[in-house]
Design a protein around this ligand. Structure first.
Ligand SMILES: NC(=O)NCCC(=O)O
Length: 383
């Protein structure tokens, strides 16, 4: 079976393990069981008609005496590109708007408060090619581009916060960035968060197009909670997650584009570990499908030139601060994952495990300042 035919780890376990054993395997692999969320029949029907997977789960928290529950529903959208990569740019963008628009409508039926799309969701992940044309033409103004306008309409119509990761063109200096635009449920642009770490691995030739972001670790206060966006490759950097959490993020989204041959064994671990280490919820989103490009490109590994990046394996999921996680969406299909979470769980887990309280941050900061100096001498004891 090829990587792009294998549908999901969970499906495989469910079809091969006896029930009692399955429960134990799931407990060890995925933590406390995430309860299924009942979604309205109209949403289930619409998802099936529109040919995408719809799944719903919820994370409960203990009922406290002094604080009411803070229940929020997030929606994670994963999808393949709609038109071939050589279709006209505006047609590709319009087709993607239309596809995501119909998924967001189902998110609204499902009571989603905050929706997040995949990395550079309006375009193919063409940065493997190292060609500038036509890919740079997909770049848009974060504040006033057509995609932001489109998302503002969605936000207002559905009273939903929209996190829209795009290729950004900053007009003044014609600079490109990999940016998530955060649109409030009022329809106003709340701000933007630029990708902090740019990969130099495999076919991810993104450094040809844009630089490391300059927006730091911004957290956005929304009506539904404090959110942050750690874009794709930033998930390999534990301190990156940590800094969003230091600024008070309660939910960190990780819109991504990554392929099976490169990162799949790391995918279920990194965002989940960040949720545990930082007492917050994390939401990992990956695109699906194989994208073909007209011109061949090489990967600098001695192998033959090829026309595609490999299979983007979807598998979007949400992880909770107690180490539990939802099952992933499919590895092969478009999908919407709806997850209800009680944000009170963050403080409850913090009170139990106290990672933030016991972290020796002042000491790390002092020693790290020394360790990054050119004249640093590592402290190693030898016989
Ligand atoms: N989009 C992106 O940063 N991909 C890099 C590869 C990975 O992080 O798995």
């Amino acid at each position: 079976m090829s990587a792009c035919e294998f549908e999901s780890l969970e499906k495989s376990l469910e079809s091969h393990l006896p029930e009692a054993e399955l429960a134990e395997v799931k407990r060890i692999l995925f933590g406390r069981e995430t309860l299924k969320l009942d979604l309205p029949a109209c949403a289930v029907e619409a998802a099936s008609e529109r040919d995408f997977e719809l799944k719903g789960y919820k994370f409960d928290a203990v009922q406290e005496q002094l604080r009411p529950p803070r229940r929020v529903r997030v929606g994670l959208v994963q999808h393949r590109i709609v038109l071939p990569t050589d279709a006209p740019v505006l047609d590709q963008i319009a087709a993607m708007h239309s596809r995501v628009g119909e998924i967001v409508e189902v998110a609204a039926m499902s009571g989603v408060n905050i929706v997040c799309f995949q990395e550079t969701w309006t375009m193919p992940f063409a940065f493997c090619t190292r060609e500038k044309e036509p890919w740079t033409e997909f770049a848009e103004c974060a504040e006033e581009g057509s995609t932001t306008r489109f998302c503002q309409e969605l936000a207002k119509k559905y009273n939903m916060v929209v996190v829209s990761p795009i290729l950004e063109r900053e007009e003044l200096h014609s600079t490109l960035w990999n940016t998530a635009v955060v649109i409030s449920n009022s329809g106003n642009v709340l701000g933007k968060s630029r990708k902090n770490h740019i990969p130099r691995v495999g076919d991810f030739n993104e450094s040809t197009y844009y630089m490391e972001g300059d927006t730091g670790h911004t957290v956005f206060q929304t009506q539904f909670g404090r959110i942050a966006v750690n874009i794709c490759y930033g998930r390999h950097h534990p301190l990156n997650w940590f800094m969003y959490s230091m600024n008070g993020a309660e939910i960190v989204f990780n819109p991504s584009a990554t392929v099976g041959a490169l990162s799949e064994p790391m995918w279920p671990i990194e965002a989940r570990n960040a949720a545990i280490a930082n007492h917050c919820f994390t939401c990992a989103i990956n695109r699906v499908g194989t994208e073909h490009f007209k011109s061949e490109f090489t990967s600098g590994d001695g192998k033959k030139a090829h026309h595609d990046f490999g299979h983007f394996y979807g598998s979007s999921y949400v992880a909770a601060p107690d180490g539990s996680r939802t099952p992933g969406l499919s590895r092969t299909r478009d999908g919407l994952l709806v997850v209800e979470m009680d944000l009170n769980l963050n403080r409850q887990v913090s009170d139990k495990w106290s990672f933030k309280m016991t972290g020796r941050y002042a000491e790390y900061a002092e020693k790290l300042t020394e360790a990054v100096r050119h004249d640093f001498k590592p402290k190693v004891v030898k016989e």
